[in-house]
Write a protein that binds this ligand. Structure first.
Ligand code: CDP
Ligand code: ZN
Length: 156
């Protein structure tokens, strides 16, 4: 049975935090603020998978006031959600970021996620868009991510 899911995440961009997207550290820029490593790309993919499974959202499975998730590596949360899925069809994501320029990192992010999710590179699409200078993302105060996932087989 095919199941489709959609996920969204946004975090504030601040000084003195690392920027981690899809488990990849982006050099020489501000980072995302959050209880975990604030990897908005992983978080949006997790929500898309949980959405496809109709199993709630990331906060219900990994509460952001639970000390065990403080500073945690969000790729570990993604691996936990993967146990509920037998077969991923494809994933498509858009990172909304005015800065930094992400195109040099896109293939490394796709490759890292493909390894974690045990899928091929051509099953994971990651795109980046500015907000043309408009709004909080356009002012580099935040980064947001939209993700869509198609699951081909599920466990639950
Ligand atoms: O040209 P258009 O207005 O559709 O898009 P844009 O937001 O100006 O972004 C142009 C291109 O820059 C995108 O297609 C991405 O490949 C790249 N980009 C990036 O590398 N890093 C970002 N943070 C945003 C966009
Ligand atoms: Zn998040």
């Amino acid at each position: 049975m095919y199941r489709i899911g959609q996920g969204f995440d946004i975090h504030q961009l601040v000084e003195e935090r690392d920027l981690i997207l899809g488990g990849v550290r982006i050099e020489n820029c501000k980072g995302l603020l959050g209880h975990s490593d604030a990897d908005a790309l992983c978080h949006a993919i997790i929500d898309a998978m949980l959405g496809a499974l109709a199993l709630g959202d990331i906060g219900m499975h990994f509460p952001d006031d639970d000390p065990q998730y403080y500073g945690c590596d969000s790729t570990e949360l993604l691996k936990d959600v993967l146990y509920l899925v037998i077969k991923i069809g494809n994933i498509d994501c858009t990172i909304k970021a005015q800065t930094p320029k992400l195109s040099p990192y896109i293939d490394e992010i796709r490759s890292n996620l493909a390894n974690i999710l045990k899928i091929r590179m051509n099953q994971i699409s990651v795109k980046a868009k500015t907000m043309e200078g408009m709004g909080p993302i356009g002012e580099s105060k935040a980064i947001a991510v939209d993700a869509v996932v198609l699951l081909e087989e599920i466990i639950v």
